[in-house]
Design a protein around this ligand. Structure first.
Ligand code: AKG
Length: 265
């Protein structure tokens, strides 16, 4: 399986329509890829809060339209990162879009853990409520977004739902780049799954992005890692290694599903 992670540079200076056209061209250039991944909130900027109200779009808006056509042109699965989703009946959401090779939008995932504590996404957006997986041919994908990476219980739920490739688009700041790398490897080891974590490059909303997109195998080995700037990270791997790793080192068999209550002292 060949995957390309498009570590797009996202700046406030570039209009969303131009970035959309640029991203679509980059996806279309990934001839031969089985899976292409874009980062979180790349049309507007994950920290460009002021751009969210005007940049919000429906699930059949301009980003979905451009990404559907690009997936179909390449004939690949496309995790198109996330958009600010405008739900006519509710709040805005940080919503990831997954397209099948025929261009059909087959899954959406609304980010469950909103980042910002008492500001930004945590107050401006609604929280997703659903665990999302997708059978994408050679592997089952599990969807998570950026800050979700800090919550192992979500990844354990994705494991229980059958996930083998954990796909994590992000807008992760440079300031916490070490956490990004460590957590991506930790989630791969814990779930004995591939982790494909695609970050943004550049600076938007005054926040410098880490880049350093990363692909980790089920043994925790880093298969590929990007630098801080815009680049496409391409990697080939065999999804069957997930089952092989789980059979060879069957840690999940020893899970204590009824964790004992803490002892009162
Ligand atoms: O958890 C972090 O350090 C960064 C999270 C983040 O930037 C996000 O979820 O948008």
């Amino acid at each position: 399986m060949r995957a390309s992670l498009i570590q797009l540079a996202v700046s406030d200076a570039e209009p969303a329509a131009e970035r959309r056209a640029r991203a679509a061209a980059m996806v279309r250039a990934q001839d031969g890829a089985d899976l292409v991944v874009l980062p979180e909130l790349w049309p507007v900027g994950g920290f460009a809060y002021d751009a969210w109200p005007t940049g919000a779009e429906p699930l059949d808006g301009p980003t979905a339209e451009a990404m559907s056509a690009a997936a179909k042109a390449v004939g690949c699965w496309l995790h198109a990162g996330s958009i600010v989703e405008r739900d006519p009946d509710g709040p805005i959401y940080n919503t990831s879009l997954l397209f099948a090779p025929d261009g059909e939008l087959v899954r959406t995932y609304r980010k469950i853990h909103r980042f910002g504590f008492d500001s930004g996404e945590a107050v401006a957006m609604g929280a997703g409520q659903e665990i999302v997986t997708a059978d994408a041919g050679p592997a089952v994908l599990g969807l998570a977004t950026c800050y979700d990476l800090r919550f192992p219980e979500l990844f354990r739920a994705l494991l229980d739902a059958g996930a083998e490739l954990l796909v994590v688009p992000a807008a992760w700041p440079a300031r916490r780049a070490e956490h990004w790398n460590l957590l991506a490897r930790a989630r791969a080891v814990e779930e004995q799954a591939f982790v494909l974590a695609c970050n943004t490059a550049g600076t938007h909303g005054g926040v410098e992005q880490a880049g350093r997109s990363i692909v980790v195998d089920p043994w925790g080995r880093v298969l590929a890692e990007a630098g801080p700037d815009e680049q496409v990270l391409t990697v080939e791997f065999d999804p069957a290694e997930v089952a092989a790793c789980r059979a060879d080192f069957p840690v999940h068999r020893d899970r204590l599903l009824g964790i004992p209550a803490p002892v009162q002292r």
